[in-house]
Ligand binder design. Structure first.
Ligand code: ZN
Ligand code: ZN
Length: 104
């Protein structure tokens, strides 16, 4: 499948790593009335995903400390959406051994 933000092609699993490494700014952390939330928007169809950060997490300090983990969860959501809504059949799949894109 294609990275929605650049020309990279990868399996869903490799795409997840790619997003975290190259496009971390695509998961936004924001304060809301309910507490801390993360937001990720699909660039292909504009669908917005917003999820409250759970647990003791609702503080900016926690968010700064755990920004990477929060982003990983946010990208999980985005990759799942891309697979469900925008996947095409011509790309590589996760059935073979997973080789990170950079090592091919
Ligand atoms: Zn990319
Ligand atoms: Zn979409």
């Amino acid at each position: 499948m294609d990275c929605p933000f650049c020309d990279t092609r990868a399996t869903p699993r490799a795409l997840h790593s790619h997003l975290e490494a190259v496009h971390p700014e695509q998961v936004l952390l924001a304060e809301s009335a309910r507490g801390l939330v993360y937001k990720v928007a699909c660039p292909l169809c504009g669908a917005q995903h917003e999820q409250q950060v759970k647990g003791r997490a609702g503080t900016a300090a926690f968010a700064a400390e755990h920004a990477r983990e929060i982003r990983l969860v946010g990208f999980d959501m985005l990759v799942n959406h891309l697979v469900a809504e925008h996947a095409t059949d011509d790309g590589p799949t996760d059935t073979g051994p997973v080789v990170p894109e950079e090592e091919r």
